[in-house]
Design a protein around this ligand. Sequence first.
Ligand code: AMP
Length: 287
Amino acid sequence: MQIIKKIDELRQKLAEIRKTNSLGLVPTMGALHAGHMSLVEKSITENDCTIVSIFVNPTQFGANEDLDLYPRPFEADSKLLEEAGVDFLFAPDVGEIYSPFDKTIIELRSPITKKLCGGSRPTHFRGVTTIVGKLFIMVSPDRAYFGQKDAQQLAIIRRMTKDLKFGIKIVACPIVREESGLALSSRNKYLTKEEKNRASAISESLFSVKKEIEDILSVGGTLPDAESVMGEIIQKIEVAGGYIDYVSVVDPDTLENVEFSGGDQSYMIAIAAFFGKTRLIDNILIN
Ligand code: AMP
């Protein structure tokens, strides 16, 4: 695996590779776990060449968020990627990507960025679209891999890719979970053992609601209203000691609130909740 830190070198190396090989990109902020590695493995299976980026992107962190504390175990990460068979690791310094004199950002003009996580993190998604847009321009991959775990990010990146005609296939990968059901996240490291046990209430509440809705759909029964389902979830998480940021039943593409109505409609139930000081997100799709 070649480690690249400079954009010029990246461009040079990839121009050669791209002539005869398909290229998969997996953007990450490092502190890699099995969730990230599932994206990496999928890219390796689907492309001749895989490039992973590790960049803790400052523009997606709010003023009171954990940018300085964000874990950066670079040696362990590069070892994992090397062992997995990744071809290139792009790990630029902040100064390589941003200059204090930059005047350009990439931002979706859509309410989709203001919903769910956009409520409490108003500048987060323009940081995400700016860095992912820059990476797409620098790397120009055939496919790019993102986790369903960050469902809003995925919907926003799909939209940006379509609007800016990047011609890159966005591949969504399922959420990888711990045995307890807790979605893997680099931020799980901040949880105490006890908080971690209690935080599994998030996924438990999602699984139980999914089962409830699917059971009703299978016998053609009357579906509950979204409000009561959200109430059920909130109660389970609060009993476990969590503090809710949001719980919403939405359309997975537009993120508009929806009611359960049967038919062809798909639903996503999305949650953000704090356990201790750690903000966790999770979601589940119901088809
Ligand atoms: P991050 O390093 O947090 O920016 O995540 C990099 C990529 O890994 C994003 O596309 C995430 O959605 C994805 N990812 C993070 N956690 C998981 C998980 N538990 N399962 C699947 N994908 C994940």
